[in-house]
Design a protein around this ligand. Structure first.
Ligand code: HMG
Ligand code: MG
Length: 298
């Protein structure tokens, strides 16, 4: 029995665009976010208040948050690695802040320059501040299915970080396949390790399509009852600290599959296809969504 309703968190404007070499002006990001909210997403990851030296593409996050036409009820999320990031997100009126850690020690060092234990200590004041201000708190766990630097990631490491993020008070926790290496049974094993430590209805799957496995892994997660997934319009993305990582699974592809399964998302596929065409045209390349390209060719 698959879930009858699924929430899709659209991460294209942040996870998708953070890796672009060419500067994407704030106005383009704003237009993209507004097209996505019009398409019906209830949650859009729009910004990252991280060091501009580490991720230059996210330096315009404040302008983006100031420029978007906020649609009532939509959660606009921002990444906040530390208290400095949180203060910026607060000033920019983010509806949700995202602390992002890793299930792999090696990746934690490369991505946020500290150990897993140190990252949790850094997240503590962020979590406390989020609670004080009544802002939703999300925890994201990278490289839960495999790591570009250390290879295998033990299941126990996943449930351990999930438990730590739960204890910090996260409202939602993402289990991320940063480098897209999982296959369906492995995906189920990792998601099951997370389910053992956190309520399933607040767990999400963040799959990348590097090896073409993302839809299969989403389906495998649906079979377990996971009902929140992240995806990126036109398959935008990659990760600056994971070489060769392609984009998140394309939103159009996920929607096409969920529509076919009769699962309700509240999102209009045609409008997402248009948003994908808009950003792909700006970037000067064909979008990476199979469904998106097929629908555009019709
Ligand atoms: P650090 O160098 O260890 O930090 O970086 P620091 O505290 O020593 O500060 C160094 C400098 O950064 C200082 O500036 C700070 O002011 C500045 P300086 O004095 O040298 O001029 N700084 C900041 N500036 C703006 N906003 C901030 C901030 N914090 C410090 N919040 C830090 C540590 C975490 C800041 C750094 O490593 C960083 O910004 N990393 C970001 C990495 C990142 O964004 N990665 C991509 C997102 S994760 C992802 O995509 C995966 C995900 O999608 C799931 C998946 O697919 O796996 C979520
Ligand atoms: Mg990602």
């Amino acid at each position: 029995n698959l879930p009858t309703q699924v929430k899709i968190v659209e991460v294209g404007p942040r996870d998708g665009l953070q890796n672009e070499k060419e500067d994407v002006p704030a106005e383009v990001k704003i237009a993209l976010v507004d097209r996505l909210s019009a398409a019906g997403f209830a949650n859009i990851e729009a910004a990252a208040f991280v060091s501009p030296k580490w991720v230059p593409q996210m330096a315009t996050s404040r302008q983006v948050m100031d420029g978007i036409a906020r649609k009532p009820g939509v959660i606009y999320s921002a990444l906040t690695p530390n208290l400095q990031g949180f203060e910026a997100a607060l000033a920019a009126r983010a509806d949700e802040v995202v602390i992002f850690g890793s299930a792999s020690e090696a990746f934690s060092q490369r991505n946020i320059n500290c150990s897993i234990a140190e990252s949790i200590a850094r997240f503590e004041p962020v979590a406390r501040a989020a609670k004080e201000h009544g802002i939703r708190l999300r925890g994201s766990i990278s490289t839960a299915f495999g790591c570009p630097y250390q290879g295998e990631v033990p299941l126990a490491a996943v449930s351990d970080v999930v438990a730590r993020m739960r204890d910090l008070g996260c409202d939602e926790i993402d289990i991320a396949d940063t480098i897209g290496v999982a296959t369906p049974r492995h995906a189920q094993a990792v998601m099951a390790a997370a389910i053992a430590a956190f309520p399933i209805e607040r767990l999400s799957g963040h799959f990348h399509d590097t090896y073409g496995q993302a839809l299969a892994n989403i389906y495998a997660s649906l079979e377990l009852g996971i009902a929140i997934f992240h995806s990126s319009v036109a398959g935008l993305g990659g990760c600056p600290y994971a070489k060769g990582a392609t984009g998140n699974v394309a939103t159009e592809d996920v929607l096409y599959m969920l529509n076919g399964l009769g699962i309700d998302t509240g999102i209009d596929l045609d409008q997402v296809v248009d948003a994908g065409a808009y950003i792909s045209q700006f970037l000067g390349r064909k979008g990476a969504s199979r469904a998106g390209n097929a629908l555009l060719a019709k």
